[in-house]
Write a protein that binds this ligand. Structure first.
Ligand code: NI
Length: 265
């Protein structure tokens, strides 16, 4: 396969193509003279050794990324690790995996059946994080997963790609707050996720976020097409700590609210 450059660029190309609202927002910001800097890119997988966070991270390590903090959100059955590049202009990668043991046997069988479809060559791909969906499934299987976990259903429908891109508010000079940005997005006709509040997180937590609604996109399943929630665009403000460093944690507990946003059914 010919190289299309860094994995982060390829993640963006695919993200933009399948989520036109993100592309329009980025263009609107650029038209205002704002510099769009990606703080991080969120990727999702299942907690199965064959496609674990470590497996998905390998190609990023090959690009010079290094493993950083681990977060465990037990109430969401999520294991999360973030990866940083020595070049601070490169976005962090935030890779999360869903603990399958917390779900029903039918759910686990369905997910493992998807992963069983991957051959060794697929699992060894150096472009696995941008490989897209490498398995087939039916609409019934999608709905079965969605009934227990929107996260699992999203991974089943879209496979390996960016779940969200996150823009650093501090680099957007024409906005001085997330509130101003949220108002602008709404004026321009974009949906903003208001579950848990338009602005998620608290200044005390040093980190606040605003998210667009995930537009439904048509996905082809083995037995026909279904419109399902796609990806979202995230905006993040890191508040300076007293010693002047920007807080480097990547996800707040608003991960809870984030995952509710793409509730599909
Ligand atoms: Ni995020």
């Amino acid at each position: 396969m010919t190289s299309r450059g860094e994995l982060s660029d390829r993640l963006w190309e695919d993200f933009e193509q399948s989520n036109p609202h993100a592309s329009r927002i980025r263009r609107l910001l650029a038209d205002r003279g704002d510099q769009v800097v990606n703080d991080h890119i969120g990727l999702r997988t299942y907690g199965d050794a064959r496609i674990s966070v470590d497996v998905l991270a390998q190609p990023f390590l090959g690009e010079g990324y290094v493993a950083a903090d681990i977060y465990v959100f037990e109430h969401k059955n999520l294991y999360v690790r973030h990866y940083e590049h020595p070049d601070p202009s490169r976005p962090k990668m935030v890779i999360s995996a869903l603990d399958l043991d917390a779900f029903s046997f039918a759910f686990q069988d369905t997910v493992r059946g998807l992963i069983d479809q991957l051959d060794r060559a697929s699992l060894d791909r150096s472009d696995l994080p941008v490989a897209g969906r490498l398995w087939d499934l039916t609409r019934r299987q999608y709905v079965l997963l969605a009934n227990e976990s929107e996260y699992a259903a999203w991974v089943a429908a879209f496979g390996f790609c960016a779940n969200h891109f996150t823009v650093a508010l501090d680099a957007l000079r024409s906005f001085d707050s997330l509130e101003a940005l949220a108002a602008f997005l709404q004026e321009q006709g974009f949906g903003v996720n208001v579950q848990g509040g338009e602005i998620k997180g608290l200044p005390d937590a040093y980190l606040e976020q605003c998210l667009t609604l995930a537009d439904p996109v048509p996905v082809m399943f083995a037995d026909g097409s279904l419109d399902v929630p796609g990806c979202y665009y995230e905006f993040l403000q890191r508040h300076p700590l007293s010693f002047g460093e920007l807080f480097q944690e990547v996800e707040t507990d608003s991960t809870d609210r984030i995952s509710q946003r793409t509730d599909p059914l």
